[in-house]
Design a protein around this ligand. Structure first.
Ligand code: 4AZ
Length: 241
């Protein structure tokens, strides 16, 4: 009887990360009203390569590394569409984008870009977190259409989300020599299992309904002691007052 109980517990605790590996270890977002500001960045042929969020009707925030080797006109932004197999919502090419002066690679920080859309979108925008908001230990929600496992080249056409706690700076610095607490924060579990992954980059990390982070980098996906690294948005953007 005791063995059975242990086995059942084992199955319950071990199953989610393996049987439902989305984002990695997340779940499908099925209420569009939860994420009106979520956008996908795609090529002109519709291949999704990053996420982003609407900050204004004609303004999208994403990661610098999502766009810096592309021309604005080659980036099609898709809004109002959870299932990328459909043609719901609306699309616009980027008219231009801005990077932070001195951006080079994600692990050196400044991994944020603002895109201006050729056609504004009619969706509710995502407010930016206030500077100085208490972050450590807060659980955020990360959204994306990226890989569901590190070595899984398959990705879902459905938007996924995962709940991940923000880690203390010291913990993150112990893993990543390049960690810069002004430019970044880490989120994840010591045992891994739940994380953002390839093609989730640029997507929003939301704390209390506000944009606090942008999927930026990490070592692999959902590995133990290798949390996801996010751009610390409050360093680069001001909350509207
Ligand atoms: C990437 O290569 C990437 N686990 C995104 C997120 C993370 C790692 C890599 C975080 O786009």
């Amino acid at each position: 009887m005791r063995l059975l109980a242990v086995l059942i517990l084992f199955v319950i605790t071990v199953t989610p990360a393996h049987a439902a590996p989305r984002i990695v270890g997340g779940e499908v977002v099925d209420d569009a009203g939860e994420v009106p500001w979520m956008v996908a960045l795609t090529t002109s042929s519709g291949h999704q390569f990053c996420g982003g969020a609407l900050l204004g009707p004609g303004q999208v925030v994403t990661a610098a590394h999502c766009v810096d080797d592309r021309t604005p006109g080659s980036i099609t932004v898709v809004g109002g569409r959870l299932d990328l197999r459909t043609d719901g919502g609306s699309t616009s090419v980027a008219a231009s984008y801005e990077l932070v002066e001195g951006y080079s690679t994600p692990s050196r920080g400044k991994d944020i870009a603002l895109l201006t859309l050729a056609e504004p979108m009619p969706y509710r925008t995502l407010p930016v977190a206030a500077a100085g908001v208490h972050m450590n230990g807060s659980v955020g929600v990360v959204y994306g259409w990226g890989r569901q496992a590190e070595n899984d080249t398959d990705k879902s056409p459905l938007l996924h989300k995962a709940y991940v706690p923000i880690m203390a700076d010291e913990q993150c610095a112990a893993t990543y020599a390049r960690y810069d607490a002004q430019a970044m924060f880490c989120a994840g579990y010591p045992d891994g299992g739940i994380d953002a992954c390839i093609d989730d980059s640029g997507g929003p990390f939301v704390v209390g309904g506000r944009l606090a982070g942008i999927v930026s980098w990490g070592i692999g996906c959902a590995r133990p002691n290798a949390p996801g690294v996010y751009t610390r948005v409050t360093t680069y953007l001001n909350a509207a007052s």
